[in-house]
Design a binder for this molecule. Structure first.
Ligand SMILES: Nc1ncnc2c1ncn2[C@@H]1O[C@H](COP(=O)(O)OP(=O)(O)OP(=O)(O)O)[C@@H](O)[C@H]1O
Ligand SMILES: [Mg+2]
Length: 333
């Protein structure tokens, strides 16, 4: 991938214990009368567009096939966080641990989660191809929404651990919605820590030495901040041969990181001091020295102007159309 962003229920204060299979299978489904319309995405788990015949609304359905006749760990992990409730976190409407489906002459067991639908897709799709204007106020508005979601999670002892553009969706009113809690855990569950996601992971995750999971989320949010402003990744962990290694420049606090960055080459004033200070404080190599949520909120760039709800909707309507998968619903109904 090039440097271009390919772009290439009442919350408990504590994390609920992992539900047992018995608890999960006794949960009653309230949204059983829906039709699966089309596939939205197939990454680790397939996500489908579902249409409710009862209320004529669309939802997203994330499907977890059974493995060796057992509920998948992905489903168990993601449903641990079903109690989360925040305007900037995708809400779960139904959790079904066991559903038999008949396909090609065989019965299959799957689990699924029915979620609110994000009709405008994810932020990766928004920034690549470049659909949005370069507008600090817009980038800051969405960054505030992301920080609100992270603050809610961290205050409730949850760490996301996979913050990336693909996991930030755009809701019905153009609000940012964090999704995909597959790698999430409690802040003290260091043993759950994975290798993280390339280009977004904190250096201590890459080195397998992470001790502060909240600080690791802040690092990923720093990478996202850069993407929101510049529509480019700050660096690629593995740049193509002969390409500048921005990761190394950043790690070595080399000033040429800013001079050589494609966006700064186009416009040397693109990255202002307040932005640089905030970004660098969030991607600080040493987790102990890294900015905390409080530090971020006190920073000059963060305290700049943001759009009101109505202004945000008016701007986004100009640039963003509902995803084409919604056409399938109109064609069928
Ligand atoms: N509620 C939703 N509304 C609209 N699109 C969605 C929704 N949930 C997921 N998607 C789309 O499906 C993609 C994959 O979803 P999700 O991240 O939950 O699955 P995943 O298999 O865990 O992904 P990965 O392993 O790649 O992180 C998202 O990046 C987004 O484009
Ligand atoms: Mg994902």
């Amino acid at each position: 991938m090039s440097q271009k962003v390919e772009v290439n229920t009442t919350p408990n204060t504590q994390i609920t214990a992992t539900p047992t299979k018995k608890e999960l299978t006794t949960a009653k489904s309230q949204y059983s009368d829906f039709q699966v319309v089309t596939k939205i995405s197939e990454s680790s788990y397939a996500v489908y567009l579902a249409f409710s015949k009862q209320n004529k609304k669309c939802y997203a359905l994330k499907v977890f096939p059974y493995r060796d006749n057992r509920i998948s760990n992905g489903f168990i992990n993601e449903t641990r966080f079903s109690w989360l409730s925040h305007p900037h976190i995708i809400s779960f409407l139904d959790i079904v641990p066991e559903k038999k489906t008949f396909q090609q002459g065989k019965y299959f067991k799957t689990s699924y989660i029915l979620m609110e639908l994000a009709p405008y897709g994810d932020f990766l799709g928004l920034l690549n191809p470049d659909r949005l204007p370069y507008d600090d106020k817009l980038a800051r508005t969405y960054f505030h929404q992301l920080l609100d979601a992270i603050e809610y999670l961290h205050t409730n002892g949850v760490v996301h651990m996979d913050l990336k553009l693909e996991n930030l969706l755009i809701g019905e009113n153009f609000e940012l919605k964090v999704t995909d809690f597959n790698l999430s855990c409690a802040e003290d569950e260091i043993e759950y820590c994975t290798e993280g996601t390339v280009n977004y992971r904190a250096p201590e995750i890459l080195e397998g030495k992470c001790k502060d999971l909240k600080a690791a989320d802040i690092y990923s949010a720093g990478v996202i901040l850069f993407c929101l402003k510049s529509h480019l990744y700050p660096y690629l962990e593995n740049p193509a041969p002969n390409e500048t290694d921005f990761f190394k420049l950043l790690k070595n606090k080399d000033k040429s990181f800013w001079e050589l960055h494609p966006k700064a080459q186009e416009d040397p004033k693109f990255f202002d001091k307040d932005f640089k200070d905030l970004f660098l404080s969030m991607v600080e190599k040493c987790p102990k020295k890294r900015a905390t949520l409080k530090d971020i909120k006190r920073s000059k760039w963060y305290r700049g102007p943001i759009y009101s709800h109505d202004e945000l909707v008016a701007i986004m309507k100009k640039y963003v159309q509902p995803k084409s998968f919604l056409k399938a619903v109109n064609q069928q109904h």
